[in-house]
Design a binder for this molecule. Structure first.
Ligand code: FES
Length: 256
């Protein structure tokens, strides 16, 4: 242990193991010994996988990339909470000091019809990509990059656009919602464009297309439980969902 604050821990894990899509999965038990309280949760899983390899067992598959809360790939449910017990962090930012020596920790994948399990803790979130492909961009030709400050945007709008743009598309909103709704994700992607002049032009068509694609992908409806906001590692506000619903209603009326 290289850090004075670290303590050695033993953790009892119950981890979801599933050999492939549509296969029957189950929780396997594993006792992880010699852990440091200063390890990140993913480093703890790395240690578990080294143990499993030594025991001639297949390692547990889990997604990760940046390991610094940016990419949104390290999605898993820990003790029943998407990204675990800490607020406004991703799984890779969770540390073992959040748990106690001897704790039992349950780890399972995000569960939603629109996020089919690929293997163990890895789910297919390409449904989010298809929602973005359906309209989450600006397609009008805005010319070359303008000088900074040549396009006036008021501070409250730029702040709201920026806050919405911090969504990393991890899917915690879906995993925490009893309806597996993607409303927080879709509304954040709509808001970050709709608050800016470049994005306003296609706002109606974009809202109609993305909301319809969300439904096509099999995400559930929003029933305002706000579990999504509580689980979101970036603290995205459910006010974006109200804005999306208003925009969708207006655009639907205009479409007729
Ligand atoms: S690994 Fe990128 S957000 Fe966790």
């Amino acid at each position: 242990m290289g850090n004075d604050n670290s303590t050695e821990m033993t953790i009892h894990l119950k981890i979801w193991k599933q050999d492939g899509p549509g296969k029957k999965g189950e929780f396997i038990s594993h006792e992880a010994k010699g852990l440091s309280s200063e390890m990140s949760f993913l480093e703890m899983l790395d240690v578990v996988n080294e143990d499993l390899v030594r025991l001639n067992q297949r390692p547990i598959e889990f997604d990760h990339d940046c390991r610094e809360g940016i990419c949104g790939t390290c999605s898993m449910v820990i003790n029943g909470e998407a990204h675990g017990p800490d607020k406004e962090i991703t799984t890779c930012q969770l540390h073992m000091r959040k748990f106690k020596d001897g704790d039992t920790i349950t780890v399972e994948p995000f569960r939603a019809k629109a996020f089919p399990i690929i293997r163990d803790l890895v789910v297919d979130r390409s449904s989010f990509d298809r929602v973005i492909e359906s309209g989450g961009y600006v397609s009008v030709n805005t010319g070359g990059a303008q000088d900074a400050n040549s396009l006036p945007i008021n501070k409250p709008d730029s702040d709201l656009a920026f806050e919405a743009a911090t969504c990393i598309g991890c899917g915690a909103c879906v995993a925490s919602c009893k309806n597996a709704s993607a409303s927080l994700f879709v509304s954040a992607k709509l808001a970050h464009l709709s608050f800016l002049p470049q994005g306003k032009i296609e706002q109606d068509a974009r809202t109609l297309a993305m909301v319809r694609q969300m439904d096509t992908e099999g995400f559930g409806a929003c029933t305002n439980t706000e579990a999504c906001e509580a689980a979101c590692p970036k603290g995205i506000s459910v006010e974006n969902i109200s804005r999306m619903n208003r925009q969708f209603l207006k655009a639907s009326i205009k479409e007729r």
